[in-house]
Ligand binder design. Structure first.
Ligand code: HEM
Length: 432
């Protein structure tokens, strides 16, 4: 039932819960600015149920209150701060270069000197390889033509965990294990495999310490273990959550960006020119190279405007908040509708146009780019994802011209995250 307050901010009652939809940047600003020091959003009950069943700690994605805040502050230093990000950038760069090598190898086997491909599973492997390397300091070998059996098991566990999360969202926690036992079992087993993988990586890192090998940076988890500010089970819980939560979320925007660049060749050319200029300034620290590519960064923002991975960001305000002259009581679920806002002509001119330049104009863009959430609770993997995507595009666009078989709009579906109904076919042609 809709008890609405008009087109741009209806309050809905679905079953027993109330929800306020926020669709304008100024209302999003009101909401986020009154979120307090312990912001809270919707939890994922099936993930929490797994942790309870196995007696594992929860990571920050699932925690709230004081416990969330103290763990988050420690993790921020290694995961999202500029200093932390600079340390894992070379790891992500190496993986992006390997992706390009893989594509060249495949094309060289093809007499036509080009490759037309549904890239989705390769992008999934790329992001998993990249984030695992940054997190565990270990290569999984997913960009080899045939990854080893253990890596295969891990990758299919992540896929199963994501696939089974969506249907479980609609089942009350107490009933989950009874309503569809196979679904529940698959979900739990997938999480178990992902946790086992983290365990193995921790043991490898410990072994290195025991062998007294010289200390060099070897990923986020090793840094957290050395600093010992968080207990071991918290480190494990968080790193596992990061592995699982950051893979599809990063692969999807890459796929959508490649598609949009393929059907907007003038944008593709402009970005390639920007990359060449950035590189012509000679060898520099990677963070500086990335900072000199504002158009590439805006292209990712533009992709996330049209195809936000999570279609909403939610908050339960801790005090009453006034939105459009309505007083929304504290504790009400408020959802900022990213997909709707991103495509609204009231917020963006020509919203259907893929136009990265809009983010570089003098327009007021505050509270319009919310794909990573906002404030103290925003995505902690934001810098990891952004730099991973930028390095990927930098290397790919420098090496290949991208085309698409069809320029028609892609239909999207919500499968826990926003995804294409049918992945686009992309053509890669090496640039000589
Ligand atoms: C393009 C890629 C990504 C997008 C669009 C994305 C989006 C989001 C959004 C919207 C939130 C909720 C923020 C809020 O409530 O304000 C979030 C939270 C989170 N994300 Fe991401 N994410 C991405 C990649 C990643 C990666 C690579 C990781 C792995 C490190 C990650 C880990 C997390 C975690 C742990 C949280 C919970 C943070 C907290 O509650 O304190 N995400 N993400």
């Amino acid at each position: 039932m809709l008890v609405g307050v008009g087109q741009l901010g209806p309050r809905e009652t679905v079953g027993t819960y109330n929800c306020v939809n926020v669709l304008l940047p100024r209302d999003a600003a009101q909401l986020f600015q009154s979120e307090g020091i312990f912001p809270r959003r919707m939890g994922i009950e099936s993930w929490i149920a797994h942790r309870q069943l196995r007696n594992h700690k929860c990571g920050i994605f699932l925690l709230n209150g004081e416990e969330w805040r103290s763990d988050r502050l420690i993790l921020n230093k290694e995961v999202i701060s500029p200093a932390g990000t600079r340390k894992f950038l070379p790891f992500l760069n190496a993986v992006a270069q390997d992706f390009v090598t893989l594509m060249h190898q495949r094309i060289s086997k093809n007499t036509r000197r080009s490759l037309t491909i549904d890239l989705y599973s390769d992008l999934f492997r790329f992001t998993l390889e990249g984030s695992s390397y940054a997190l565990y300091g270990e290569r999984l070998g997913l960009l080899e033509e045939s990854p080893n059996a253990e890596s295969q098991r891990f990758i299919s566990a992540v896929e199963t965990m994501l696939r089974t999360t969506l249907p479980l969202l609609f089942i009350p926690p107490g009933l989950m294990r009874w309503v569809n036992t196979k679904l529940w079992r698959d979900h739990i087993e997938a999480w178990d495999t992902i946790f086992k993988h983290a365990d193995k990586c921790i043991q490898n890192i410990y072994q290195e310490f025991c062998l007294g090998q010289p200390r060099k940076y070897s990923g986020i988890m090793a840094e957290l273990l050395v600093q010992a500010e968080l207990p071991l089970d918290s480190i494990k819980a968080n790193i596992t959550e990061f592995t699982a939560g950051g893979v599809d979320t990063t692969a999807m925007p890459l796929l959508f960006t490649l598609f949009e660049l393929a059907r907007n060749p003038s944008v593709q050319t402009a970005i390639r020119r920007e990359i060449a200029e950035a590189e012509s300034q000679g060898p520099r620290e990677l963070s500086k190279v990335l900072n000199s590519m504002p158009l590439l960064k805006s292209a990712l923002k533009e992709t996330l405007r049209l195809y936000p991975v999570g279609i909403t960001v939610q908050r339960y305000p801790t005090k009453d908040v006034v939105l459009q002259n309505y007083c929304v009581p504290a504790g009400t679920l408020c959802q900022v509708g990213l997909y709707a806002m991103g495509r609204s002509p009231e917020v963006f001119s020509n919203p259907e146009r893929y136009d990265p330049m809009r983010w570089l104009s003098k327009e007021d863009n505050s509270f319009k780019a919310l794909a990573f959430g906002f404030g103290a609770r925003q995505c902690i993997g934001r810098r990891l994802a952004e730099t991973e995507m930028m390095l990927f595009l930098m290397h790919v666009l420098r090496n290949f011209r991208i085309d698409t078989v069809s320029k028609a709009d892609i239909k999207t579906v919500f499968g826990f995250i926003l995804m294409p109904e049918k992945p686009p076919l992309l053509t890669f042609r090496p640039i000589d």
